[in-house]
Design a protein around this ligand. Sequence first.
Ligand code: ARG
Length: 457
Amino acid sequence: MKLWGGRFSKELSADVNEWAASIGFDQLLYREDIEGSIAHAKMLAHQGILTQEDAAAVEAGLLEILDEIEAGTAGFSEENEDVHMNIEALLTEKIGEPAKRLHTARSRNDQVATDTRLWVKNDILEVQSLLVDTKRSLVNLAKGYTATILPGFTHLQHAQPVSFAFHLLAYYQMFDRDAGRFWDVYKRTDVMPLGAGALAGVSYDTDRHFTADLLGFAEVSANAMDSVSDRDFIIEYIAAAATCMMHLSRACEELILWSGQEFGFVEMDDSYSTGSSIMPQKKNPDMAELIRGKTGRVYGDLMAILTTMKSLPLAYNKDMQEDKEPLFDASQTLKGCLSVYAGMISTMKVNEEAMLAAAAKGFMNATDAADYLVSKGVPFRRAHEIIGKLVAYCIEKSLMLEEMDDELLGQIAPEFGADFREKISLKACMDAKDSEGGTAEERVKEQLAAAEAELNR
Ligand code: ARG
């Protein structure tokens, strides 16, 4: 018979039971469920609602069940629907009577909300540690390339020369904001719903702060109805995961482009590449593509939970059981992608010559050439026009700006001097961008130092 079977004269149909059971996925919450139940029993005993002996029996029994689950010897069944009732049934089998008192002053509604919040809190710590690894990989790579020039793009057209380190540190900033977002989620997840009961609170003299202290929650929730209805923390978690996946996907898209023959800026290590079953010459950046592809799944997880929650009347509805698979999937996907990405960039080969050769194309020093004329007193609009014409001339003659001969330059504008060529070298152009946060080598070294200080904090 079901734990709730008292009111019923007929069993749930076997098909329906199997279809509705969540034990297949919510068993991931077993540790948190046991932790929550032990704390709950201790609180009940502390308040004189349960005897100390019963609470001690509950704790000992649950700890044994924990070991059995981890050893793979505990038997979960769909008959018992979900992780909460499975563990309660195992406990009842093991210790009898005291197990039946555990669910006093508690509902599965506040129980599942508590378990899931505990799980999300733990998981965010794992994500944070992977984000630190990712940021460290970017910084370690960037250190070697503060003077390595590659084209900076806008519209995927050559725009201005930047350093490879500068480009990598742009991603550092994105992952750093992701970490900040996850900490924000952590703060709002760190609120204990246990004690809300089914929806209205409970009629026992409980001490929710006592339980919260045992479970390491910073606060207890303020409104019982909200406590069992709210899944914002899951939505926020998946939104943060989706944003982080978007960053990973952009980074991977660049790696894919850069490892193609047209760019040749990087080469993925063999340990992160695969070949083709038909084309012997192929070496494909599959892992970067897979991260880009998995981004779609995590967006799907976010859409799924948002849609599940959108019209639910207060308080708990069974729909909410659908919160777990998107949550677990987003977590597993994100964590896998972060660790593969960090490994991939730490092992890839960087082709500085290809970067420099690409940077030499596309007149990326045209803005600096105009700035040069401005420094000689030419108004910017006129300088823009002169350099524009010069670029058109160079395209026609297949020349670079720095290959123009002095005499011709002098005819175009008398302001061109002998220092022109040196002032528009790629390195000079890059180092001229020395505004705070710019790509000048000195500025990038500052950004690196700040990132390292942050990582060593
Ligand atoms: N397995 C359920 C879930 O994940 C647990 C809560 C069930 N509560 C209830 N009254 N049916 O949502």
